[in-house]
Design a protein around this ligand. Sequence first.
Ligand code: DGI
Ligand code: FE
Ligand code: FE
Length: 201
Amino acid sequence: MKEINLEKYRKKLKTKLDKERYEHTIGVMYTAGALAMRYGYDIKSAMLAGLMHDCAKCIPNDKKIALCEKHNINITEWERENPFLLHTKLGAFLAMHKYQIRDKEIISAILNHTTGKPDMDLLDKIIFVADYIEPRRDKAPFLEERRKMAFVDIDMATFEILNDTLEYLKSRPGSIDPMTEKTYEYYKELIDSRKDLNQDE
Ligand code: DGI
Ligand code: FE
Ligand code: FE
């Protein structure tokens, strides 16, 4: 297991996040650690990714936009419409430049934790899923089933969470980032192709 001083990051983050967000972050940190145990990923790296994933969440939206413009971080039309979406890109930027995190897989997991992306690495999926199922979450439907599936088949859990998220977004006004839909299509294809394979056997 990698030698990472999580305490150092926890102390810094505690000053940057409100109480609710900090508690959520700790929940994601431990849930990511448990998923790392299950899927054979470095536990401390997964915990650090969980700890850092929302490090930019509490920056006010106008400041998120100003910081992205200052550091030439591209802002899509969907992110301009829903600036909270920028907390992933900005989080990845801060993780690298403010917190000096060099692990590319941790940076990728922060960057992709809201919309996901096609063909995610294991740590991308661990953080994407941990963020959705951590113990304090209580609003999404089917949480009990998603929490079980997370520890049985992380690709199936990723697909089901994407499906739930798109159902929720379609039920309310506001635009949907095309990346979420692209990611959903990728994992739908993956799951369908596995079903076909099972039928052929
Ligand atoms: O930061 P967290 O709340 O812990 O979790 P997150 O970064 O996954 O953000 C979850 C929120 O993002 C949830 O309210 C659904 C919303 N979301 C996810 N994908 C999209 C999206 N919102 C829009 N507009 N478009 C998306 O594609
Ligand atoms: Fe987030
Ligand atoms: Fe989160």
